[in-house]
Design a protein around this ligand. Structure first.
Ligand code: HEM
Length: 356
């Protein structure tokens, strides 16, 4: 079987297994944050004055729809998306003391919406500007035509499994996080409800292949991502990507310092994202308190913003900025001149070992 077919089957099977796993556990997945936000505005039908004066509910406007799971006590409306008021995050059973710091943080949902937007579109815009002014990094000696093995078929499979699902999570997460500010005003309630419904389901579905890809990438690749003495110098020289002044190529092993930074941000931030996401998907299984659930959402949003910004830079580095690097993750091979120019220490190791 060709490599491409193996890769494709791996992704399809993982997605299939994920969907089945999700369907099997769907009953447990209640009270997800994306299901707590209202999609249409109207007065609460219940007796939410019962909540007045309780910590976290002091400033709850009476004419605003209460949000939460459809709860017998308060007859709350159906809800979707990220809530605007943190106090509304919680199922309105017995209000417990809310951690003011977390609530204050989550109340800034407009700011988060902007940061989520910025982490993708403004970072992309800045990168494009940088490329327009600076130009890309070309192979100074051109392509040699001699290929060196860099990534195994397994590594390529887990990369694309994690990458495709990560991109799907980022974009569906965008709809859930900033849609109410940037998309909802220009749609009608049915369009918006449909969009949020699709985004919410896809977000839950894509979490599974992402978790598989994430865990495998971190476990398989961390030995190659350890810090080295020359990494700081790589940062000081901006990786040699500046085309102004004297051209330099700072030392780099299998991974350069920038890739290592991305890897460890992905490893730590991705771990926080996965853990907080799972807790929010299965609050009953994890038996979380309201404060813990709020904290999980705060962690999830923060990690998302950081990882999204890195992912955008990573995407542009692979596709535009670094000539010859995209084929590394499609074929598993890099050109010898690419290895010499961008990963000289790794190239020397291969040479010393008689592998090139
Ligand atoms: C957004 C989700 C993605 C994640 C989490 C991710 C993660 C990673 C990680 C951890 C590495 C290894 C460390 C490194 O060499 O940088 C890597 C390598 C790579 N990625 Fe991604 N990636 C993602 C998306 C993409 C996309 C969309 C592309 C291109 C269209 C891409 C192209 C590559 C390439 C070419 C390499 C190999 C670089 C090399 O050989 O030095 N990645 N990715």
């Amino acid at each position: 079987m060709s490599k491409a077919i193996r890769l494709f089957s791996f992704i399809v099977i993982s997605l299939f297994v994920s969907s089945a796993a999700m369907a099997a556990t769907a009953d447990n997945a209640k009270l997800q944050p994306q299901e707590w936000q209202k999609i249409n505005v109207g007065p609460a039908q219940g007796t939410h004055h019962k909540l007045d004066g309780h910590p976290g509910f002091e400033n709850l406007p009476h004419q605003q729809t209460l949000v939460g799971a459809n709860n017998g006590d308060y007859n709350l409306v159906e809800s979707q998306g990220m809530p605007q008021q943190a106090a509304m995050l919680m199922p309105a059973e017995l209000p417990e003391a809310q951690n003011e710091a977390t609530l204050g943080y989550l109340n800034n949902s407009g700011t988060f919406a902007f940061l989520e937007f910025a982490s993708i579109f403004i970072v992309a815009g800045l990168f494009i500007l940088f490329v327009l002014f600076n130009g890309i990094s070309r192979l100074e000696k051109g392509f040699s035509g001699k290929l060196i093995k860099r990534w195994s078929g397994f590594s390529i499979s887990i990369h694309w499994l994690g990458a495709i699902s990560c991109i799907a999570l980022i974009f569906t997460g965008l709809v859930l996080g900033l849609g109410r500010f940037y998309i909802e005003p220009s749609t009608n309630v049915y369009g918006w409800a449909g969009l949020v419904g699709i985004a919410s389901s896809l977000h839950g579905l894509m979490a599974w292949p992402f978790i598989v890809g994430y865990v495998l990438m971190v476990l398989a690749w961390f030995p190659k991502q350890m810090p080295a003495s020359y990494d700081l110098k790589w940062f000081a020289k901006l990786g040699g990507y500046l085309n102004f002044g004297k051209k330099v190529h700072p030392d780099a092993g299998f991974a350069n310092a920038g890739e290592k930074l991305f890897f460890w941000t992905f490893a730590i931030g991705g771990g926080l994202m996965v853990a907080s996401g799972l807790v929010m998907m299965y609050p009953e299984t994890f038996d979380v308190s309201k404060n813990a659930a709020n904290l999980m959402l705060a962690i999830h949003i923060t990690a998302t913003i950081i990882i999204s910004a890195f992912a955008v830079v990573h995407f542009f580095m692979a596709t535009v900025m670094s000539e010859g690097s995209m084929s590394n993750m499609t074929t598993g091979y890099c050109d010898e001149n690419w290895a010499k120019q961008h990963h000289n220490v790794w190239y020397k190791e291969l040479k010393d070992a008689g592998k090139v």
